[in-house]
Write a new protein. Sequence first.
Length: 156
Amino acid sequence: MTTGGFDPAYSQTASIKPGGLGKRAGARFVDWIIAGIIGAIFFWLLGVVWDAPDWVSVLPGAGFGWLYFVLFEVSSGSTPGKKLLGLHVNGSGGAPKPSFKDSAVRNVYMLLNLIPWVGGLLWFIAAIAIAVTINGSPTKQGWHDNAAGGTQVIDT
């Protein structure tokens, strides 16, 4: 039952529609492609122009994706993939976009790839846990959204 436009099941106004798992996964895929292209060009230039050793350009590569998501979410509330699919990230407490801390925390699982040998597996487990918790939540918030103070991806 809603009263005054507020739906307690969503803990937000009833007009807000949470972004579903399929759209969120599609947006993430688009963003990986974009970040991959930008990162490849950047790290190629790092190696060619500055003649950096191969290991120098590989190490920050895993953190580049994290930085891509954080900077776009903090600056506009959406990454290019989210914008393309009509999604937006609200910050904690219903803020119109996440703070640096909100976005850094909600995307920190991506840095698991920096751990030698097991990082990819740990990242995969975290991503599966995110999908399961998004799918099981009436507000479509994953564990990473809750850890970031209640950020929420919504349909715009």
